[in-house]
Design a protein around this ligand. Structure first.
Ligand code: FES
Ligand SMILES: [Fe+2]
Length: 349
């Protein structure tokens, strides 16, 4: 399935800019253009073209809380209504069709989030470590990846690629097997906890030595259809951390990928630069492969081959299949009754 075909995805919240970004700014979501601008009360997302003669509004000026069109100077307020038309003769009303369609924008975690559909939640998914544990949050990057958003999220949940893809960071090709794990449904998606033994990750814990190896638990959670949380816990051996991934679909094969991290340790114990330099190498290993994957992502779980270690990514397809079913896409069949065989032949070797 191409990402723009699953219209219900548009009912969720996606990152659209960082609080440090300049405005007005042209942005694209689900194949359509929008303009983001800064009013006196925060950011506003609006249609890209002026309703008068079609000027593109990222060329407009922000002035006294209004957006001033670059072509004839009409002024629009944060609610999209036209406040002033310089050429309008005195006493005449502003034409009723002189307004901009606007969309809600929420600021959270140093990021602006928007929903261009009918919101199914009141905002972006909460981040437990930031909200409840008070860990410090960093925006690692918000950048364009030339791949389907489904592929990025699928990769965040995938348990069997590290031994292969991440050989130059923390993967160990001599340990390709994934311990058995179970999947626990949540209201937004699901959560899994998986024991791991990994090398290389010292820099993420303030230890500038990649030769050490550690036991840890990975908690992988689907927080929304294009939102993940990965928590790594070292049982007191070192400061823990979590990664939050959120993908904004630009179109079927382009995504703005937001990755943030929350660190349990302070800057002395767990320096962010050391943490991020290593984490960036890891994510670039994923990116290299993801940018050459097929943008058509089968969400029907009978279309691909699955192993027991793929439980997370099977469950991800189930969640997407449910959204598609509710949207009455007919190509998804038997999505809920599919079960892995107890001992798939493919797992035996
Ligand atoms: S095109 Fe915007 S005011 Fe004329
Ligand atoms: Fe990876």
């Amino acid at each position: 399935m191409k990402i723009t075909e699953l219209k219900r995805l548009q009912n969720f919240w996606y990152p659209v800019a960082l609080t440090t970004d300049l405005t007005p700014k042209l942005v694209k979501l689900f194949g359509n253009d929008y303009v983001l601008w800064r009013s006196e009360n925060g950011l506003v997302l609006t249609q890209p073209y002026c309703p008068h003669r079609g000027a593109r509004l990222d060329y407009a000026k922000e002035q006294d809380g209004s957006l001033v069109c670059p072509y004839h100077g009409w002024q629009f307020g944060e609610d999209g209504s036209c406040k002033f038309i310089p050429q309008l003769e005195a006493g005449l009303p502003i034409p009723p069709k002189a307004y901009l369609t606007t969309y809600p924008v929420i600021e959270r975690y140093g990021v602006y989030w928007t929903c261009i559909g009918t919101p199914e939640t009141s905002g972006p998914p909460p981040w437990h470590e930031a909200d409840d544990l008070g860990w410090r949050v960093h925006v690692d990057f918000f950048e364009l990846w030339e791949t389907s958003g489904f592929r990025i999220i699928d990769n965040n949940l995938d348990q069997s690629h590290p031994a292969f893809i991440h050989q130059n960071t923390f993967g160990d090709p001599s340990r390709p097997l994934v311990p058995r794990y179970s999947v626990e449904p949540t209201s937004a998606g699901f959560i899994t906890r998986i024991p791991q033994y990994v090398g290389g990750v010292g820099p993420q814990m303030g230890i500038d030595d990649e030769r050490l190896a550690f036991d840890r638990f990975q908690e992988a959670e689907l927080l929304g259809p294009l939102h993940t949380r990965i928590r790594l816990t070292y049982n007191g051996a070192a400061p823990d951390y979590a990664f939050y991934g959120s993908v904004t679909p630009i179109d079927d094969n382009k995504s703005m990928y937001l990755r943030c991290s929350a660190l349990a340790g302070d800057e002395t114990m767990q320096p962010y630069d050391l943490f991020h330099a290593f984490s960036r190498r890891v994510v670039d290993e994923d990116r290299e492969i993801l940018e050459v994957t097929n943008p058509d992502f089968p969400i029907s779980i009978t279309e691909e081959v699955h192993l027991r270690c793929d439980r997370n990514t099977i469950e991800y397809r189930r969640v997407l299949g449910k959204l598609a079913k509710d949207q009455e896409l007919t190509d998804i069949s038997d999505q809920t009754s599919f079960e892995l065989q107890p001992d798939p032949v493919t797992q035996a070797t």
